[in-house]
Ligand binder design. Structure first.
Ligand SMILES: Cc1ncc(C[n+]2csc(CCOP(=O)(O)OP(=O)(O)O)c2C)c(N)n1
Length: 323
């Protein structure tokens, strides 16, 4: 796609990879409390899709959301501060890993509720496009979301109202430990087709392939053709959640994981750069991530004194009759 260089795409996948690797270390050191859902292995999807968007387009993300938020342009330092619960975080440290949002970048939030982002994206795209020129919203979700009623309801209204939303399914083969084969009747793209939504299925390990697939879908949505659907076949290299590093549930054999990791989106895109250019990006990302971690760790924790502030857009109101 014009305007997005191979180096820019590589930078994004490399940024997400190193961010996630450092975040896992911060879980181990106790600086990130409660763990994270690592996006390692799936970077090509966030990078490729977000490269097809305009700055004022919108996204909704998932429990595995760091990659989407970073690819849409969030400051890695404020993102890391959010994960470590610091007052300088994107959301003052109150949302943490699964709720990171940056409205100034059109990031309407990661979301711990599987499938919920689909309805939010459809509603946001509908509302934004009634106020002015169409703004496309992308809803990222996993294969586990395709049996959630709310997502199918979002497909229905988005199709009826020709909403400029692109539904992006990251099919990594598992919902936690449950395989797609054991959970999904029919085909994933067939879900979209049932609502008359055009659906495309692509290799989600190659950032360039994802970008080339996403760009026409985003353009079609923006041009008034209604919702579009993109299924990206991918593989989660790491744990469903970092608790797995301790609990070690045996739902994937070592051989299956090794096979799944054999195609690495960072290497696939990195091979499109010459060695010196790739090294320059790697060095820059090391600096960015080191600064992000340092920024997070020197930042203060939120004060308990204002714990009830910023919970509601209009401020926290007491119950009627409560003193
Ligand atoms: C509505 C709902 N049901 C169940 C859960 C618990 N849960 C969290 S992550 C997850 C698996 C989601 O799988 P998938 O959508 O394929 O995404 P992936 O974890 O593979 O990225 C489940 C069941 C939840 N968060 N929300």
């Amino acid at each position: 796609m014009a305007g997005v260089t191979p180096a820019a795409l590589y930078r994004t996948v490399r940024l997400i990879r190193r961010f996630e690797e450092r975040a896992i270390e911060l879980v181990r050191s106790g600086d990130i409390v409660g763990g994270i859902h690592p996006y390692i292995g799936q970077e090509a999807i966030a990078a490729g899709v977000c490269a097809a968007l305009r700055p004022d387009d919108l996204i909704t993300s998932t429990h595995r959301g760091h990659g989407h938020v970073l690819a849409k342009g969030a400051d890695p330092a404020r993102m890391m501060a959010e994960l470590t619960g610091r007052v300088t975080g994107l959301n003052r440290g109150r949302g943490g890993s699964m709720h990171a949002a940056d409205l100034s970048l059109g990031v309407l939030g990661a979301n711990g509720i599987v499938g919920a982002g689909g309805a939010i994206a459809a509603g946001a795209a509908w509302a934004a496009s009634r106020l002015g020129p169409p703004r496309v919203a992308v809803s990222f979700f996993g294969d586990g979301a395709v049996n959630q009623g709310v997502l199918l309801e979002a497909f229905n209204l988005a199709a009826l109202w020709r909403v400029p939303v692109v539904f992006v399914c990251e099919n990594n083969g598992y919902a936690t430990t449950l395989t797609v084969a054991d959970a999904v009747a029919g085909g994933i793209c067939d879900r979209a087709a049932a609502f008359g939504i055009p659906a495309v299925s692509v290799d989600g390990m190659d950032p360039q392939t994802v970008l080339e697939a996403a760009a026409p879908l985003v353009a079609a949505a923006r041009a008034g053709c209604g919702p579009q659907f993109l299924e990206c076949h991918t593989y989660r290299f790491d744990a469903h959640h970092t608790w797995e590093h301790k609990a070690r549930p045996r739902y994937r054999s070592a051989e299956a994981v090794a096979a799944g990791r054999s195609r690495d989106p960072v290497d696939i895109q990195g091979a499109r750069l010459d060695a010196a250019d790739r090294l320059a990006v790697d060095n820059e990302i090391e600096r960015v991530i080191a600064e992000a971690v340092a920024f997070a760790l020197i930042s203060a924790a939120p004060s308990p004194v204002d714990a009830t502030e910023h919970l509601y857009a209009t401020g926290l109101r007491p119950r009627p009759g409560a003193s």
